[in-house]
Design a protein around this ligand. Structure first.
Ligand code: FMN
Length: 339
């Protein structure tokens, strides 16, 4: 039986058919991927930092506008290390971006500006205190980034984080981390999530404009191969355990700990680290070749273990929706005792 839509508070707020967000991914999301997810009934998204300049960002947004008339989202890192934060926000507001997703910092200014323009703002959170803060600032929803998620990830497992946030917030909660198929979506909605937020699954999509070696590494990756480390950017994130990542290890050195926490050095030390790691990640994401595999940095979540094929984003979404229907109807029914 074909499923024409799955309605939640989130789908109604966005005017979309399915509660599926193609999560923003540094160097992986492309206008084609954003549009494919949105055209298939989900919500596509892209980080502004996928563009090296404001001009390039403007062109990227125009391209998305040519490829889809459906809603989509833009992700802005709102901490001070992102020196393009305000310029990029203005470009997005001028371009009429309908939805913002903030990460790594205070979304206060962006929420005020976005709301003045009639846009919605969802904020990445990894725990309840921060989720409460962004709700008080007026966020329209939160992304509950649980343990195991690709990119920067929290420490609380989604099975606890999602219901914990639902019990204590009034705004919609999207579940991120551990979801790559319809079974995962069913489990997240059963926990009370208003939608699912999936990154890693879409690295292995036709539209993700990254090297074949990166997609292959996702297809080959077992959950045991995923390394959770703060050594790259000073904030914990998940990466495929290439020789380079394994060599780097997971614990910060004492010097990194001092530099990343002291109020005078934090902004510059993290800013420099993020800049140099970003350059390294860019060449890993874009260049193929056996010779370089030892030094590659590829981010992915534990769900890589559930990804077995590179597919067009529209097919990924169709399959998730069909699997959701099958998983829902195959759940064991609670038996009532005889009267
Ligand atoms: C390769 C990669 C890059 C990412 N880049 C960003 C980013 O630039 N901004 C952001 O807010 N989240 C980023 N994330 C996190 C995703 O938006 C999302 O939270 C995560 O992918 C969900 O977990 P999953 O990968 O297990 O589906 C990234 C994730 C991956 C895998």
């Amino acid at each position: 039986m074909a499923i024409g839509g799955i309605a939640t508070t989130f789908t109604r707020m966005m005017g979309i058919r399915y509660p599926i967000v193609g999560a923003p991914m540094f160097l992986v999301s492309s206008p084609r991927l954003v549009a494919a997810v949105s055209n298939a009934g989900g919500l596509g998204s892209i980080p502004t930092l996928n563009y090296k300049t404001g001009e390039a960002l403007k062109e990227g947004l125009a391209e998305i506008g040519r490829l889809t008339d459906r809603p989509y989202a833009v992700n802005i890192i709102v901490n001070k290390a992102n020196r393009r934060r305000d310029e990029d926000a203005k470009i997005c507001l001028d371009a009429g971006v309908p939805v913002f997703i903030t990460s790594l910092g205070s979304p206060r200014d962006l929420i005020a500006k976005a709301h003045a323009n009639g846009c919605k703002v969802f904020c990445d959170v990894v725990d309840l205190p921060y989720a409460k803060k962004v709700e008080d600032l007026g966020a329209d929803g939160v992304v509950a980034v649980g343990a195991g998620a690709g990119g920067h990830a929290g420490r609380i497992v989604p099975q606890v984080l999602v219901p914990h946030l639902k019990e204590n917030l009034t705004i919609p909660v999207l579940a991120a981390g551990g979801i790559a198929d319809g079974r995962g979506m069913l489990s997240a909605l059963a926990l009370g999530a208003d939608g699912v937020y999936m990154g890693t699954r879409f690295i292995a999509s036709t539209e993700a404009e990254v090297a074949g070696a990166y997609k292959d590494a996702v297809l080959r990756c077992a959950p045991e191969d995923v390394v959770y480390t703060a050594r790259l950017t000073g904030t914990h994130a998940n990466f495929i355990g290439t020789p380079y990542i394994k060599k780097l290890g997971t614990e910060l050195t004492w010097l990194e700990r001092v530099l990343y926490t002291h109020r005078w050095t934090k902004k510059w030390a993290k800013g420099f680290r993020v800049w140099s790691v970003s350059r390294h990640m860019r060449s890993s994401a874009q260049k193929d070749g056996e010779a370089r595999v030892w030094k590659d940095i590829w981010s992915a979540g534990q769900t890589a273990a559930l990804v077995h094929e590179v597919l067009p984003a529209s097919v990924i979404i169709e399959r998730i929706v069909a699997e959701y229907g099958r998983a829902l109807s195959s759940l064991p029914h609670a038996e009532c005792p005889p009267e």
